[in-house]
Design a protein around this ligand. Structure first.
Ligand code: FAD
Ligand code: UDP
Length: 374
């Protein structure tokens, strides 16, 4: 008899497996329908021997000391600060938009103070900022919005930024200094031996059994367990009874090239050209040295593996209905990006999983009779 059946071996499932087994002595079965652990953060050495991220670039960053210290038990780190260029008007310029972006784009020599004034002169101030269009236009005006955000967002999400919550484009700030880092978090680093190695360390415990190539529905009636932790899509758990929750998917086109360096930045975004949104060159992320180089193109699409919840009001309404069902389902915890329909980064999923563990361990401390009564 397992104490827990955990569905999904990504961050949410693996962290709960580790905590429950290691800290609470629980017996855990973790299943994943894919043929590997790590969820969307899975990385592996390709046929050329280059470490690549199967499901697109994953860069770890967090402001949470607790999250960073927790993961540090399972990996060493390589310091890494991510940088991205955008291809706009025939030039490659830094994104997030900063002082260098504007000076290069328009052939100017503004300082930070003058750039502030420039933004004020082009901004279209909004009384209420609701959408992903509002956020950008309110700050940098329509022209820059159209060069950097409108078409990228249409491509990535299949809808106009005016139909997406502000939280989506608000992920990308605007700066008046020359800081060209994509993130400004306190902790920015990559697992030294890759994400998959870190997951192996998380799951390496005698109380944790891992079963791959298995949809939990295949084994549900066959293997006894007391409680479930579910990290797959929440609508799927309830057979989409209120209709499908929209998730955005991607096609990844991986290539290995016979050159040691392909592009001048780890990621180049293509807002206005091509069907893909961006190209990532993995060696920048991992620090690996190799005579060849591997890259990935991301082609957004509506159908396929669910990768992104789509933050907009009607989807939030639909999710609320599933959340009410989830809350009323005894002995099942819903955790992670797909199960709570949140556009979460890895560190946010780690924090969420640790919080769920704290809740579960509190509950078992205060209700020992009920736990033993199962
Ligand atoms: P997942 O990793 O999706 O794991 C869920 C697992 O459940 C999957 O392995 C799935 O196969 C399994 N599963 C689902 N249903 C079933 C079932 N019925 N039976 C068995 N198994 C099932 N975050 C960052 O912090 N930095 C980044 O740079 C970054 N880049 C990203 C780039 C892309 C292209 C994408 C898609 C995401 C990115 N993220 C990034 C987000 C990051 O991937 C997620 O926050 C994190 O991986 C979510 O972990 P999770 O455990 O919630 O879900
Ligand atoms: N975005 C954009 N142009 C860019 C970069 C980002 O329009 O050059 C918008 C787009 O809507 C994207 C969102 O900002 O989906 C968030 O970008 P981020 O790089 O955080 O996306 P992720 O890495 O999660 O795919």
């Amino acid at each position: 008899m397992f104490d827990y059946l955990i569905v999904g071996a990504g961050f949410a499932g693996s962290i709960l497996a580790e905590r429950l087994a290691n800290q609470s002595g629980k017996k855990v079965l973790i299943v994943d329908r894919r043929n590997h652990i790590g969820g969307n953060a899975y990385d592996h050495y390709n046929e050329a021997g280059i470490l690549v991220h199967k499901y697109g670039p994953h860069i770890f960053h967090t402001n949470s000391r607790d999250v960073f210290e927790y993961l540090s038990h399972f990996t060493e780190w390589r310091r890494y600060e991510h940088r991205v260029l955008a291809s706009v008007d025939g030039q490659l310029v830094p994104i997030p938009i900063n002082l260098n972006t504007i000076n290069k784009l328009y052939g100017l020599k503004l300082n930070s103070f003058e750039l502030e004034k420039f933004f004020e002169s082009v901004a279209e101030p909004k009384d209420s900022i609701r959408t992903s269009e509002d956020v950008v236009v309110n700050k940098v005006g329509r022209e820059l919005y159209e060069k950097f955000f409108r078409n990228y967002t249409r491509k990535q999400w299949g809808i106009d930024p005016s139909e997406l919550d502000k939280s989506v484009t608000a992920r990308v700030p605007t700066r008046t200094n020359r800081d060209d880092r994509y993130f400004t978090d306190t902790y920015q680093a990559m697992p030294l031996y890759g994400f998959t190695r870190m997951f192996e360390n998380l799951l390496n415990h005698p109380n944790i059994k891992v079963m791959l190539n298995t949809d939990y529905r295949e084994i549900r009636g066959m293997i006894p367990y007391k409680e479930m932790i579910y990290t797959g899509p929440v609508d799927e758990f309830f057979d989409c009874r209120f209709g499908k929750l929209p998730y955005r998917s991607l096609d990844f086109k991986h290539e290995t090239l016979n050159e040691s360096v392909h592009q001048t930045a780890p990621v180049v975004n293509y807002p206005n050209e091509h069907l893909y949104t961006r190209i990532t060159e993995f060696k920048y992320l991992t620090g690996q040295e190799h005579s060849k180089t591997s890259i990935v193109y991301e082609f957004p699409k509506a159908e396929g593996d669910p990768y992104y919840p789509v933050p907009r009001p009607e989807n939030a309404e639909l999710y609320k209905k599933y959340k009410a069902l989830a809350d009323a389902t005894p002995n099942v915890e819903f955790v992670g990006r797909l199960a709570t329909y949140k556009y979460y980064n890895m560190d946010q999923v780690v924090a969420q999983a640790l919080a769920v563990y704290a809740k579960l361990s509190d509950r078992s401390r205060w209700q020992p009779e009920e736990k033993n009564g199962h």
